[in-house]
Each structure stands twice: as C-alpha cells, then as structure tokens.
Write a new protein. Structure first.
Ligand code: C2E
Ligand code: MG
Ligand code: MG
Ligand code: MG
Length: 292
C-alpha cells in the first residue's frame, strides 16, 4: 500500500510537471506566432512634470493582443520570453514600433514628447544594442532626444564593465536613459555613480506606502535627494492618490507616472491627450509645497 501511494504521488508530480511544461510550450509557441502575425500592441502612459503640470514623456508598455486569450499583460509573457530567447525579437519589435509611432505623430504635426522603452536585462547583454538603437532611429528619422531606455539595476550584474561601456555608447547616440524600479534591485551605488543615466524611477512599491508607511516615505525622500545630488531627475511610479502626489511635490520629486493622472492607454487615446495638450492643474500643489 505504502508502495502504491508512493508511486501514485510520483505520477501525480510528473503529471503536474508535464502540465506546466505543456502550458509553457503553448505560451512559447503562441509568442512565436504573435511575432509572425504582428499581434503585439503598445499602450502608452503619460509622465507629468510637477513644476509645469505638463506631459513631458510617456512610457511604452507592451501587450499581446491574442485572438484566443484576449489582451495579455506583459507580466504573463515577458518572463517566458526572457527564458526562451524571444525577448530580443519582442524588444526589437517594441523599439521599432515606438519609433514608427513617433514618426507617424511627427508627420501629423502632433506635439510629441519622448517615449521611454523598457529594456530586458538579456537584451542588454547584446553588445550591438547601440547599433540597433541608432539604425532604428535612422530608419524612422526620429531624433535621439525623443527616445529613452528604461534599464533595471540587475542588468549590470552579469558583466558590469561591459554593461557600463554599452551604456556609454548608448548615451553617445543622444538618447536618454533611466533606471526602472529603482530600489528593488541590487542598488550597487558604486555602479550607479558610473551609470550615464538621466533619471531614477522610484518603484511603485515605495510610492504605495508613501502616505501610510514612514519607512517608505523616508526611502522616497532619500532617493529624491540622492537623485538630485547626482544631477539626475526623480520620477515616482504608481502614483494613485492626491495624498501621494502632494507628498511627492513637497519632497521635490520632478515627475510622476500613475493611475492618478492616467492609466496606460492605447495609441489613439495617447494621441488625443497630446493633441489637446492635456495636463494637470498644479496650483493646489504649489500651495501645499509653500505651506511646508
Ligand atoms: P514597469 O516598467 O515598471 O511599468 C510600470 C507598470 O506599472 C505597468 O504595468 C503599468 O501599467 C503599471 N502602473 C502604472 N501606474 C500604475 C498605478 O498607478 N498603479 C498600479 N498599481 N500600477 C501602475 P504593465 O504595463 O503591466 O507592465 C508590467 C511590467 O512589464 C513593466 O513594469 C515592465 O517591467 C514589463 N514590460 C512592459 N512592457 C515591456 C517591454 O516592452 N519590454 C520589456 N522588457 N518589459 C516590459
Ligand atoms: Mg518601465
Ligand atoms: Mg517600473
Ligand atoms: Mg516593474
């Protein structure tokens, strides 16, 4: 009996493993097809300057518009894409689409702002990344100032010197660079000071606790101060409430991104925001800063 039970649990285990493998294989094949059939789409989320109240940038966020599964969020396929080497092809698609979108808006006379594109760590180990950026910008005749790459702290861990050299070559193309999810990675400050980046993006986990958790508030304040003393801008991600916004303004945060101003939206909706010159009334913010 004991033997039988042991055998059954062994079979159960392998069946579960098999199911997981099957699901992963199906997802991988789905992503291959998605690339062939051009099923990815970009949504855009505005980034707002807290001194002017104007939209000064937007982040491109990829989604998979699957005929079978509907709109699939990136957290459900980016990790698999990273493990299966599909991330480079998807990353290239995203970069190309972002530049093509800018070109379309420029041709239509839309007052555009820079687009920030997420870069996966494995994409960054491709030493030709700077060539790819340069040729993509040229292909669409887009000025490098209109492109920003969002890097994560972890990308420098495999080969820090090679990563820093690549960052400098990217910087030389004229694009902007930021560190995404700042504070959640390895935060190796001796590397940070050597990164030729322009911006720190404060991770949304810190923004979330801003008004309720004194530790989160201390961290946010410290990151803003550190960014400024290194000559960088600070942007807070995941801003959802008026209270968070006021605290960030009071602490001198430069920009915000989050549902408070807008969720990520499809291309047409982002275009409408830019055309209308949509922004935020900062008068109440200025008053709350003065009161301090
Ligand atoms: P991220 O780069 O940190 O992007 C911010 C994420 O936070 C987005 O999720 C965005 O929709 C969400 N967000 C923005 N404001 C708020 C808010 O106020 N509250 C809350 N709760 N969430 C907010 P999304 O679009 O699902 O993307 C998740 C992650 O997937 C991204 O995190 C990024 O790491 C990755 N990702 C997205 N697009 C790409 C891409 O083109 N390439 C790569 N490599 N990764 C991507
Ligand atoms: Mg990002
Ligand atoms: Mg982030
Ligand atoms: Mg993230």
């Amino acid at each position: 009996r004991a033997k039988e039970g042991g055998r059954n649990s062994f079979q159960f285990f392998t069946q579960e493993m098999q199911n997981r493998l099957d699901a992963r294989m199906a997802l991988e094949q789905g992503l291959h097809r998605a690339l062939q059939r051009d099923e990815f789409v970009l949504h855009f989320q505005p980034q707002v300057d807290l001194r002017s109240g104007r939209i000064v940038g937007m982040e491109a966020l990829v989604r998979w518009q699957s005929p079978e599964l509907g709109l699939v969020p990136p957290m459900q396929f980016i990790p698999v894409a990273e493990e299966s080497n599909l991330i480079n092809a998807i990353g290239q698609w995203v970069l190309n689409k972002a530049c093509a979108t800018l070109r379309g808006w420029l041709d239509a006379g839309v007052p555009v702002v820079p687009i920030a594109v997420n870069v996966a760590a494995s994409q960054f180990s491709d030493q030709e990344m700077d060539e790819l950026v340069r040729s993509t910008l040229e292909r669409h005749r887009v000025a490098p100032e209109l492109l920003e790459l969002e890097l994560t702290e972890s990308l420098s861990m495999v080969d820090p010197e090679a990563s820093i050299a690549l960052m400098h070559r990217l910087k030389a193309t004229g694009i902007g660079m930021s560190i995404d999810d700042f504070g959640t990675g390895y935060s190796n400050l001796s590397y940070l000071k050597r990164f030729p980046v322009d911006k720190l993006k404060i991770d949304q986990s810190f923004t979330r606790g801003l008004t309720s958790n004194p530790e989160d508030r201390s961290i946010v304040t410290a990151v803003i101060r550190m960014a400024h003393s290194l000559g960088l801008r600070a942007i807070a991600e995941g801003v959802e409430t008026d209270g968070q916004l006021r605290l960030l303004a009071a602490e001198g945060c430069d920009e915000i991104q989050g549902y408070y101003f807008s969720r990520p939206v499809p291309e047409q909706a982002m275009l409408a925001m830019l055309e209308r010159g949509m922004g935020m009334d900062i008068a109440p913010l200025a008053r709350s800063v003065q009161r301090r």
